[in-house]
Write a protein that binds this ligand. Structure first.
Ligand code: UTP
Length: 294
């Protein structure tokens, strides 16, 4: 059976909602305590059985390449200090996967970023993981999608229920009952990028995990700039949906959108609270902060 072995991680966006830090630092390198967001994404792909990763980068994104590269000087210093735990972690990061980098010369949109990987992907279905979305789940989100792809052989989009006041910042699917035997799978009838609240066809919002069949590349090539004057993946998926079935899958797990500041703060907080080395002191600090306000 054809396996999903390749993934594209678009990380070339300008991150304008996160200025000024993103003026010269990639949004995808923002830390959750001590690990950059994109490392969670790479680890999810690897834990899903993917061993060939393409990260789409652009100007000002060199820190991503350096992060996954070997760091001789640092390794040398850690060896001299006998800090074997840190050394092991630093070496593990550089061995995580076979990572290739493709530059998107201009940030023309998510759809365009994926199109940049066309030659490397070839004729196989592949996964897409957005560099600023992370999902915490028992079974990695991408692995859940791959499981569904193996049954349906169709493109699959991860979705979640979105509250009405936030639907305008999502791509939204119009769906019908799936008939696949899995109540979390929906047959996609249509997709709309960032609809007005009253025009949203459902409350199922698209997040940054996809399995795409290679026919998406022809659709991306035909896609004209849409919302925000960018080449939108959602618009290319609409074209693909005219040719072949697409499914939406309501994944199991909790997703964080690191593209905006408040969500990033909340995520950092949750991650810190999940760590035994920070939990107690952090809770004490918060209690004091609340008392000071009251
Ligand atoms: P976003 O729209 O969330 O990212 O794109 P952005 O454009 O960087 O953010 P804002 O809106 O200006 O704050 C989703 C993903 O697609 C990538 C981004 O890096 C992000 O991971 N992307 C977006 C590209 O790789 N290239 C693009 O031209 C646009």
């Amino acid at each position: 059976m054809e396996k999903i072995k390749k993934a594209v991680i678009p990380a070339a966006g300008l991150g304008t909602r996160f200025l000024p830090i993103t003026k010269n630092s990639p949004k995808e390198m923002l830390p959750l305590v001590d690990k950059p967001a994109i490392q969670y994404v790479v680890e999810e792909a690897v834990a899903s059985g993917i061993d060939d990763l393409i990260i789409i980068t652009g100007r000002g994104k060199r820190a991503i390449e350096d992060h996954f590269d070997k760091a001789f000087e640092l390794e040398w210093v850690l060896k001299a200090k006998n800090d074997s735990a840190a050394l092991e972690e630093i070496e593990r990061i550089s061995r995580l996967a076979d990572i290739h980098y493709i530059r998107q010369k201009e940030p023309l949109g998510l759809g365009h970023a994926i199109l940049c990987a066309k030659k490397h992907i070839g004729d196989d279905a592949f996964a897409v993981l957005l560099g600023d979305d992370i999902v915490f789940s028992d079974v990695p989100c991408t692995k859940q999608l791959i499981g569904q792809y193996e049954k349906s052989k169709a493109s699959i989009i991860a979705v979640e229920h979105v509250p009405p006041d936030r639907i305008e910042s999502y791509g939204v699917v119009k769906y019908s009952g799936a008939g696949t035997g899995d109540e979390h799978m929906y047959r996609v009838d249509d997709l709309v990028e960032k609809p007005k609240r009253e025009e949203a066809p459902s409350d199922l919002g698209i997040l940054g995990r996809y399995i795409l069949t290679p026919e998406i590349f022809d659709c991306l090539e035909q896609t004209k700039p849409g919302v925000g004057d960018e080449i939108q993946l959602t618009d290319a998926l609409r074209l693909l949906n005219n040719e072949q079935e697409i499914y939406a899958y309501e994944f199991y797990g909790k997703r964080y959108d690191l593209g905006n500041k408040l969500e990033w703060l909340k995520t950092t907080f949750d991650v810190a609270l999940s760590r035994a080395d920070f939990k107690e002191e952090l809770l004490r600090h918060i209690k004091k902060a609340i008392e000071a306000i009251e």
